[in-house]
Design a protein around this ligand. Sequence first.
Ligand code: TXA
Ligand code: MG
Length: 355
Amino acid sequence: MLVKKTLLLKVDSQNPEKEKIQKAADFIKKGGLVAFPTETVYGLGADALNSKAIFALFEAKRRPLDNPPIVHVGDASDVHRLVKETTPKAEKLMKIFWPGPLTLIFKHSTIVPDVTVAGLDTIAIRMPNHNVALALLKESRCPIAAPSANLAGKPSPTTAKHVLDDLDGRIDAVLDAGPTHIGVESTVLDLTAMPPQILRPGGTPYEKLKEILGDVRLHPVAVAEKEMPIEGARSPGVKHKHYAPNAEVVLVEGEISVVKEKVKELAESHRRESRKVGVLATDETADYYRADVVKSLGSRNDLATVAKNLFRLLREFDSESVDVIIAEGIPTEGLGLAVMNRLRKAAGYKIVKAE
Ligand code: TXA
Ligand code: MG
């Protein structure tokens, strides 16, 4: 593909400068590609109703065409022309959780191009909670398809620098409003299933959805304890390699006192084999390990901070060229479930149960 000059537009995250948003929106309107911040991670945006732009989006990310992006809207009422119908349940969820990190799956209407939904009869939609994203949507006057702004398979970007590390020269512009707030992607909830199913845990915790919906299930792919056969996967993205740093990742799960011993033992045995070892630890345990690089996600009692740091730390291990990352499992409550889903996938399901 042609190398383009990628324009870096620094914007104020609360009150984005109008001329910069206009510049970015001009690219979108002309079928171009613009990376922008959301409250979860940076997305790579293109006009969701322009098939040519969406083909270019897949190409820039090197994303397989069978994995559809999430379509972003600037107002809940924009959903109506994109979907066949909404239900009282969907309306209620949109009212409570939008703008925010919850993506809803609907049957789509006929105006949506095939490529945008990878030929499926459903569409994933969310309204992001970020002033820059909302300003861009408003100014572009179209729904914006935006997968995470990383090369396929890599950890999602939480800063504009991560975006450029993967996509510089492949996209038209990036709006830089600093690090994102949540750090893991939105929760994907399938409302076409009965009862509704979580296909990907994310920024809106399962517990919160359960409070509102009563009956909501976690699809086995959302838990990601093991690889699922492709037929079993309702969410197309789950069958592709994901969140993987260059280093091998080994995830150790179990009760923290035993996990600590196992992580220590694994780190030491890899070092004896002369491999450069990284340990992904938490504040409570980081001092305990001997490895080439030890990084802490934050306190085990503060899973929001853990989520916020996850993708950045995975990328940092790569820039320090470690050969193997031994990662400590964390509790699966609240945002912890999203973090563990990403770690299990990053590990290619290489999970060691410490007992
Ligand atoms: O937080 C987020 O969701 C970020 C920001 C940029 O909004 N976006 C994001 O998009 O993570 P992406 O494309 O990287 O992930 C979209 C996920 C994939 O797992 C995909 O398979 C799933 O949503 N998905 C998209 N359309 C779907 C559909 N019709 N049915 C089931 N799953 C779908
Ligand atoms: Mg992604």
